[in-house]
Design a protein around this ligand. Structure first.
Ligand code: GRF
Length: 189
């Protein structure tokens, strides 16, 4: 199973995938890692690991449609079976998702459909919930919508800040992403 991973930031979820592949715990081919802006640590660490990388800079295009088309072309060049949005902070078009037969996987640091959007951890904390978690799902063209594949709960602790809670969620999120990819790869064989 060939995958292309899209990142906007540090890419610690991506690193978990890289580590699992290297350890022989995950039988997928990491075809490439792409970002929506230059200078991400996610791309830097992928290049250091010898993985092909690309950047389709959102700010370099006149509008979202042009950027979407360029992103679709860049990802398609690597012929992925599954595209993974791993901390990729852009909404892609329905055309993009259709180009990959709907195989666009997203991870989100909350129990969807609760707290979608860029600040899922902050919003959950502000609401005062006692249990949150993370979700791995097939993404459609909405904001963190689409069929759920896996979820796991994480308890909110007294004194949690957005940072401490997000870090505990990400520990679970990394494991859930790797195990979901493992299940998808096994189902493909
Ligand atoms: C993850 O929690 C992801 O779900 C959210 O942003 C975080 C990305 O973390 N959208 P990283 O870049 O993988 O470290």
């Amino acid at each position: 199973m060939r995958i292309v991973v899209l990142v906007s930031g540090t890419g610690s979820n991506l690193q978990a995938v890289i580590d699992a592949v290297r350890a022989g715990d995950l039988d997928v081919e990491l075809a490439a890692v792409g970002a929506d802006r230059p200078g991400t640590y996610g791309v830097e660490r992928s290049a250091a690991a010898g993985i092909p990388t690309f950047v389709v800079d959102f700010k370099a295009y006149p509008d979202r449609a042009a950027w979407n088309a360029a992103l679709t072309e860049a990802v398609a060049a690597f012929r992925p079976d599954v595209v993974v949005s791993s901390g990729f902070m852009r909404i892609v078009s329905a055309d993009f998702i259709a180009a990959f037969d709907g195989k666009y996987l997203n991870t989100h640091p909350a129990l969807l459909p609760a707290f979608p959007g860029a600040h899922g951890v902050r919003d959950a904390l502000a609401y005062g919930i006692k249990v949150t978690g993370c979700t791995v799902h097939w993404a459609d063209a909405g904001v963190d919508t689409g069929p759920i594949i896996a979820q796991e709960a994480v308890a909110v602790e007294d004194g949690d800040t957005e940072e401490t809670l997000h870090e505990r969620i990400k520990t679970v999120e990394r494991r859930l992403l790797v195990s979901t990819l493992r299940d998808l790869a096994a189902a493909k064989q």
